[in-house]
Design a protein around this ligand. Structure first.
Ligand SMILES: [Zn+2]
Length: 213
């Protein structure tokens, strides 16, 4: 009975929030209950081509690997992600390779939705600032202020707006503003603002679930 309860618990951890994946997990577990109890538990986080060596059998130059999150007895994350080839991931989980690929694809899909949701919300938060900064930039251009001073300030402002949208791209946006000033003056900085405005406007109304993968 204890092992049954433990299995149920493990299953609830492994269960993906997808009806189809759910059926796969439970269907598989029925036939593999015994092996499952003896195995380390993992959660499939997705596939990646950033790591192409299997950490299990050390095969190299795989097309992609499956990212596995080790779980402790309670089903909480336990340690760092580990990257296995599909075959080794299947062995580790007691699943078929087909099921591993399917679960990994679904995890990728979920991650893509989460990422798009994050960007959409970031865009909604950043857009009012960016519009405001653009208006100020335009005013300062029309007032004939010193272009270098205006450009420096508005490279920073673009950076702070970008930080709300997608923090990892803050430096990219600041560099883009500085670079455009160097080649095309404030008019080019304004064009850079407009490029980011267009991107954020598009992302602010995106449907996060409309992901192709
Ligand atoms: Zn391997």
């Amino acid at each position: 009975m204890a092992s049954r309860d433990h299995l149920r618990h493990t299953l609830s951890v492994l269960t993906l929030q997808n009806h189809f994946a759910n059926m796969v997990v439970h269907g598989d577990a029925r036939s593999r209950r015994k092996e499952h109890d003896m195995r380390a538990a993992f959660k499939i986080m997705g596939t990646t081509d950033l790591f192409t060596d299997c950490e299990c059998c050390h095969r190299t130059h795989l097309r992609s690997t499956v990212a596995l999150q080790p779980l402790d007895q309670d089903g909480s994350p336990d340690g760092e992600l580990t990257y296995y080839g599909t075959g080794c991931a299947a062995t580790a989980m007691g699943w078929s390779s087909y099921r591993v690929r399917k679960a990994a694809r679904y995890a990728n899909y979920e991650a893509a939705i989460a990422r798009r949701t994050e960007l959409r919300d970031g865009a909604r938060s950043a857009l009012p600032r960016l519009r405001e900064f653009r208006a100020v930039l335009l005013r300062r251009m029309e007032a004939g202020e010193d272009p270098a001073t205006v450009a420096a300030a508005h490279a920073n402002r673009l950076g702070t707006a970008m930080w709300r949208y997608d923090p990892a791209r803050r430096a990219e946006a600041e560099d883009a503003a500085r670079g455009s000033f160097a080649t095309g003056g404030l008019a080019a900085v304004l064009a850079t603002y407009d490029r980011y405005l267009t991107e954020m406007t598009r992302m602010s109304v995106v449907d996060p679930t409309a992901v192709t993968y």
